[in-house]
Each structure stands twice: as C-alpha cells, then as structure tokens.
Design a protein around this ligand. Structure first.
Ligand code: SAM
Length: 296
C-alpha cells in the first residue's frame, strides 16, 4: 500500500516546516516503531525488569535520557503481554515521547496534582511512580469507558493515591487549586499513526483546537500562583500547540519555562523558544511539550 497522508495535512506540514523537513516527517510516520516500555518503579526496578527480559531472551536497549525506559527492538507487544512482568504490572508499554511530559512536570511527594485528561493513565501512573507513589493525584477523564480503563491500569500498577473524576475538565470548579497540572490534551494525533486513519480530518483538528483552548484556560485558572503546569499533545501542528499557548497565555499571568535538558531527542523547530516539539522518527512519535509557570 502506498504511504499517503491527506493532502490538507501535507500542505500544512510543508507550510510549517518546509519541503525537506516534511519528507523526513513523512518517513517517520511510516517506519514501524519498536515496542518501548517504562519500568513501574512502584512495583519493580530497572535491574529486575532487565533480568526478566534476559530470561526470556528478549533484547533491549537503554534510553539515554530516562533510566526507567527500555527499547525492545526485536519483540512485539503481543509477546510482552504474556510475560509475568507485564501481567504483574511491573512494566507499562508506553511510547518514548509520551514519557516526556511527566518528567518535565517533576511530580513530588505530597504535591496536589491534577491530570486533566488522564485515560488510559500512562502519564498518571508515571507521575505516581516519579513521586514514589506519594503525590495526591486527581485524574480527570470525561469518557466513561476510558475512565474504567484508567481505574484498571491504576490498580494493576499498584498506584495508591489517585482520585479518579469522571468529568469534563472544562467544567471543574474554579475553587479547585493545584500545585501542579498536567494537561495532556485531546488532539488530532498529527504526530502519530493517526494521520493514516479515515477519522483524521480538518474537522478533528478544529474540534481539538477548541477543546485545547478551553482546557488550558481552565488549567491556568485552577493552578496555584507561582506553580507550574505542562501542556502536551501528540500533534506537531502549531495550531494545536504554540498558537494555543499564544492565545491563552495572553489572558493569564503566565510564562513559558524553557525545557533544556532533553537534547538527545530529535526535534522540530518551534515558534516559542523553550517549548519542545519531538520529530516523528523511527523511534519517536511526534509530540509537543511546554512547561508553563503561572506568575500570579
Ligand atoms: N494522558 C493520557 C495518557 O497518558 O494515558 C492520554 C490522554 S488522551 C491524549 C486525551 C484524553 O482526554 C482522552 O482519554 C479523552 O477521552 C479525554 N478528554 C477529552 N476531552 C476531555 C475533557 N474535556 N475533560 C476530560 N477529559 C477529556
């Protein structure tokens, strides 16, 4: 089958990144990516997981910027799902790009953290692990079936202190106040395989933009002054990323905090300095991450 994406997306990407970068992005979309996993440090540790993989003769590579992540170049998700380390919740299958937002947010013990769009819980469980299972996390999800999947994953991963809220996060009361917020926003998925699906349409992008704007506005209302949040999407279109930040940050006293320490990750140019746009490659899916501080 020919490797194609919709014409309107091709046009947007060429406009945004130029022809030669576009061709690399296209290659990234169509190369099969290896399975990647995150060690669930609530239940296990990297050494134990490596030993479990060795016992099964499964080859792994390390990830320079994250000691708890592994790349498994020669196996499949299906094989991994049958292993005891998977069944017991010692690992979580997660793309490398999607591990970045929680690392940037740096959740700590006893902090009150909101995960605004949480299911199926890859980043909720990662934030729990990063805070030694001691942050107070509220995980909000508006889709009932996805919220059930989130609860299942929380339990399987041994996460203790998460309160799941089945709610449209845009409607959260302004009386809430959080120390940190992760807004891993609903998006078109233009950094991922989703570009090959029939539901990848201009309308999906428009719908995502509307939700992203409203969700970010709410996040900045309920974040405590002086505290930080992370905005992320698996889109590489600036209308879902930098343009959302430009529109919403204008209405609040908030500023971008530069992301500086992830130099090994392939990146696309960004229009707001200090934000990070991961380039789709053989290893990474396209992703956007911004750290924002509410100044007052
Ligand atoms: N953070 C998740 C993870 O790492 O596993 C992935 C989140 S996915 C990108 C976006 C999620 O947001 C979907 O599960 C979707 O149902 C949910 N969602 C979309 N709009 C929402 C809203 N207004 N309030 C709460 N959840 C929402």
């Amino acid at each position: 089958m020919e490797n194609t994406i919709p014409d309107f997306l091709k046009e947007k990407l060429i406009n945004q990144y130029g022809q030669s970068e576009f061709e690399k992005i296209l290659e990234g979309y169509f190369i099969n990516k290896p399975v990647t996993l995150r060690v669930n440090t609530i239940k296990s540790n990297i050494q134990e997981v490596k030993e479990g993989l060795k016992k099964e003769n499964i080859k792994y590579d390390e990830v320079s910027w994250y000691k708890d992540a592994l790349i498994l170049p020669e196996t499949t998700e299906e094989i991994l799902r049958k292993l005891s380390i998977y069944e017991e919740g010692n690992i979580y299958l997660q793309s490398l790009s999607s591990m970045i937002p929680p690392i940037i947010l740096e959740p700590k013990e006893k902090e009150n953290i909101l995960d605004m769009a949480a299911a199926p819980g890859g980043k909720t469980t990662q934030m729990a692990a990063l805070s030694n299972n001691k942050a107070y996390i509220t995980a909000c999800e508006m889709n009932k079936i996805r919220a059930e999947k989130l609860k299942y994953n929380l339990q399987k991963q041994g996460v203790g202190t998460v309160n799941v809220m089945l709610e449209d996060a845009r409607r959260l009361s302004n009386f809430f106040s959080f120390d940190k917020i992760l807004l891993d926003a609903p998006c078109s998925g233009s950094g991922t395989d989703n570009v090959k699906q029939t539901n990848f349409t201009k309308e999906l992008i428009e719908k995502s933009i509307k939700a992203q704007e409203q969700l970010l506005d709410k996040a900045l209302k309920i974040l405590k002054p002086g505290k930080t949040m992370v905005y992320s999407t698996c889109s590489i279109l600036k209308e879902e990323n930098e343009e959302i930040l430009n529109k919403v940050l204008k209405k609040h006293k908030a500023s971008i905090q530069p992301i500086e320490n992830l130099l090994d990750i392939p990146q696309l140019p960004v229009t707001i300095k200090g934000t990070l746009c991961v380039k789709p490659t053989a290893l990474y899916e396209g992703f956007f991450v911004a750290k924002i501080k509410k100044t007052s």
